[in-house]
Design a protein around this ligand. Structure first.
Ligand SMILES: [Zn+2]
Length: 197
């Protein structure tokens, strides 16, 4: 999630390298169909989740639940499973304070890795900002919901979903932090990639 003041752009990614995903500006980048996806034969996706900063009050299972937001729409079996160590995981999650150079409204960021061999997504790095500017206006429960929504939003990017122009969507770049469940448009995007379940 990022605000439109930073048009980082979205380009067709070269295979085999880390790709910033979702840093799109809907004002200048028209909505495009997602094309990159995982090979579901390799699911569940292993995820490494370091302990959340205590102030967030979120357990590992809370985080898994948020990442599994998409499971009902793309997988008939568990979507993610916890890895004990980062090296064992296809998805690495990190909690990070807002970088000084980042836009203050940034809530999270995702980079995906694509196999040059198969063209499928094979990994992702999810960064969840622990002190987004919006948090100053939120109560603790609202802040926990913001983090859950950010986890779901960034997991959407990890699955290959792009930003939605629908302001009611979890995948909307500015409003997604308000929602912890995918909208009809989010679900449609997910099903275009992974079929109906
Ligand atoms: Zn995003």
């Amino acid at each position: 999630m990022i605000v439109p003041a930073i048009p980082l752009g979205y380009t067709t990614p070269p295979p085999g390298v880390g790709i910033p995903y979702g840093a799109t500006n809907p004002a200048t980048q028209p909505y495009t169909m997602p094309t990159l996806r995982w090979d579901t034969a390799h699911w569940p996706i292993t995820v490494y989740i370091p302990p959340a900063p205590p102030i967030l009050g979120l357990s590992q299972q809370d985080c898994v639940h948020a990442l599994n937001t998409w499971q009902a729409y793309c997988s008939s079996s568990p979507l993610v499973t916890l890895a004990d160590r980062p090296a064992q995981a296809a998805i690495q999650l990190q909690w990070h304070p807002l970088p000084p150079t980042a836009h203050p409204n940034m809530c999270g960021h995702t980079q995906i890795q694509v196999s040059a061999h198969t063209g499928h997504i094979v990994g992702a790095n999810l960064t969840i900002i622990t002190n987004a500017a919006i948090d100053q206006r939120l109560t603790i429960p609202q802040r926990q919901q913001r983090i859950r929504a950010t986890l779901g939003h960034e997991m959407g990017h990890a699955l290959g979903l792009r930003h939605s122009v629908d302001t009611q969507s979890l995948m909307h770049p500015q409003q997604g932090w308000r929602f912890t469940t995918p909208s009809a448009q989010d679900i449609l995007q997910c099903q275009r990639l992974y079929g109906h379940r």
